[in-house]
Design a protein around this ligand. Structure first.
Ligand SMILES: [Zn+2]
Ligand SMILES: [Zn+2]
Length: 305
């Protein structure tokens, strides 16, 4: 059984003066395929193996549905420029309207997911999503984009969330990275969504920099270390991990807002993938929740939370 390890200091290496870029835009052509592979690797001997394999199949489908898919509609350049002046992200989740590319991605997802081997309950949820009338689907899209998926209807929203991830990653990939500006703590500068986790990267020229990972469009944005991603506090930050782990996934807890977001040491463990490893490290969520912290990250694939 896991228990709280002693709080550890964040090992910031002194002497390396990396100049990280502010953002790294997603590459939807490789993102979902890599996630599928990571989920499959994590499923080996894992207590959540059947669910991780189901998510791996779903990630593969997120990759495949992009074949020949029309380019997503983008906000007009002058509108993006106006929004930028107000310090807002260019892709506004709150004003999302489905375009032909999104509708096609969702339709393909629903069709291709029918072939996945899945438990009875998940299959029933899939059938409900397929049968959902346009008005109901619209409401489900709204719930995902507002980070307010009802806990009891998580499975029903899984495919809608998957389609939105594909759509927003494809949109974000078409933005100009150098035009993006910081819009606030815990807010994606491309689409305004909260992070799923953060990564300490080993990229050449940006070694040991920390990046938040967007839960919706998968844009990465640079964020200083030992600072709460949720409230911006630099006091009372502690790193926690489950016993017997080597600390590749830890929870950064904040005593100011009592929230936490996971931090992944990708510079030492290049295989780490934020969405996959967040789901697979569910035991860490239970541990930190017992200590009285609330989860500040968003991940529509995280089971039972
Ligand atoms: Zn985003
Ligand atoms: Zn905080």
């Amino acid at each position: 059984m896991s228990s709280a390890g002693a709080p550890r200091n964040d090992p910031v290496q002194i002497g390396k003066t990396a100049e990280p870029p502010f953002v790294r835009l997603p590459d939807p052509k490789t993102l979902f395929a890599a996630r599928g592979n990571r989920l499959r690797a994590l499923s080996e001997g894992h207590p959540l193996a059947p669910y991780l394999r189901l998510l791996a199949s779903l990630s593969d489908i997120q990759h495949r549905v992009q074949d020949g898919l029309a380019a997503p509609d983008m906000p007009a350049a002058d509108a993006r420029e106006r929004i930028r002046e107000f310090g807002m992200p260019p892709l506004d989740r709150g004003r999302f309207t489905a375009d032909a590319a999104f509708d096609a991605a969702l339709d393909r997802l629903l069709v291709q997911t029918r072939d996945i081997d899945m438990p009875e309950l998940a299959h029933a949820a899939l059938l409900r999503t397929i049968a959902a009338q346009p008005l109901m689907r619209h409401a489900m899209v709204g719930a995902v984009l507002a980070d307010s998926i009802p806990t009891e209807a998580l499975a029903d929203h899984l495919l809608i969330a998957a389609a939105l991830q594909v759509h927003f990653a494809r949109q974000a990939a078409r933005l100009e990275a150098e035009r993006l500006v910081a819009v606030g703590d815990g807010v994606c500068p491309a689409c305004g969504a909260p992070p799923v986790a953060s990564l300490v990267v080993g990229w050449p020229g940006a070694e040991n920099s920390r990046f938040c990972v967007c839960s919706l469009c998968n844009t990465l944005w640079n964020y200083v270390r030992v600072k709460c991603m949720l409230c911006g506090s630099t006091k009372g930050i502690t790193y926690r991990q489950v016993e017997d782990s080597d600390g590749e996934v830890r929870a950064e807890t904040c005593d100011t807002c009592r929230g936490y977001v996971k931090i992944l040491q990708q510079q030492q463990h290049p295989a780490l993938e934020p969405v996959a490893d967040d789901v697979a490290s569910l035991a860490l969520d239970f541990l930190v929740r017992e200590l009285g912290y609330r989860r500040g990250a968003v991940n529509p694939f995280l089971l039972g939370y």
